[in-house]
Write a new protein. Sequence first.
Length: 406
Amino acid sequence: MQVRLSAMMFLEFFIWGGWFVTLGTYMATTLSANGAQTAAAYSTQSWGAIIAPFIVGLVADRYFNAERLLGIIHLIGGVLMFLLWKAQGFADFYPYLLGYMILYMPTLALVNSVAFRQLDQPAAQFGRIRVWGTLGWIIAGLVISYVFAWDSADSLKAGFIKNTFLMCSIASFVMGFYSFTLPATPPRTVPGQRTGLREIVGLDALALLKDRNFAIFFVASILICIPLAFYYQYANPFLTESHVANATGKQTLGQVSEVLFMLLIPVFLARAGMKGILLTGMLAWAARYVLFAYGDAGERVWMLILGIALHGACYDFFFVSGQIFTDSKAGERFKSSAQGLITLATYGVGMLVGFWAAGAVADMYTSAQGHAWHSIWLVPAAFAIVVSVLFALSFRNEHLGSRDAG
């Protein structure tokens, strides 16, 4: 069973990592898109995150087996990915991408549902299964750079980067058919459980904002997603334009570090408390962008590699630790809805604003000679520093099991 669920996770994240990382490069080189158009393309993830709770909460949790809905969505996704591969311009490309992400984002919750329902000891077993999703993302990047070299200078000029969509189309069809072989995961109805719109979207968890520390964390989560969006949207175009060889493959170092830093979370939580680990995560974003601003593909390439490798601290120390903090604050009543609220606020609202801001900044610092990457990266670096300082001044430290340890 664990092998079957691991394969499910591998395919799920191979599909996402196989095109999302290089989307910005594809937009710039093949579609000749500007910053606003690139922002609109990446914002489809946010719209998908906003709509996902309605699909999963109002449809999957009530009417359909999770594995069947997962299969249907990925089969449709395979068709949409093929149409993205065939698209000739932004006007053709964008509607297919928006439709795809509205369908794909709910599958992140569906694969978790299938896994949790089939495991005897989810707390002990889920981590070993979920790590195969990270490996799927890593393998996708390595295949793009080291097997097909679609992100090399010659391949970019020939437009081969679009083949990432064809690769993911094939993987989507495989995932779609494979999903129907997974164990039946029917809707689970719990007597007395409320499944109204407020609970599904997480609005009932707004009551947690009465807690001063949680309110500060909630606002900081939205704000830190603004510089986060710069990385997703422009890291790959920046590396390829800077002539870093096998840029997509090198970016997989971020996922490797994500696994390593995940192991350090308990240590940091015990020694530095919640404030220390969250603040470290936010400052890591600022450090990453400073490294990007001053690094290059020559003697200072180590700065770019280090910036990529900081992804584990950037993501795990803030977002994963933030999920732990949210869970500790929510209690039994708001556990699910509180996580839904944070997801809606970050991947929905926060990154929607962030993608727009990244596109506007990129357009501001783009000329006939290309992007002024030094200036572009200093903007999210400065923003992350400001958010970090405000957080440090206002958030009172807490250790798990203690309301206030600061």
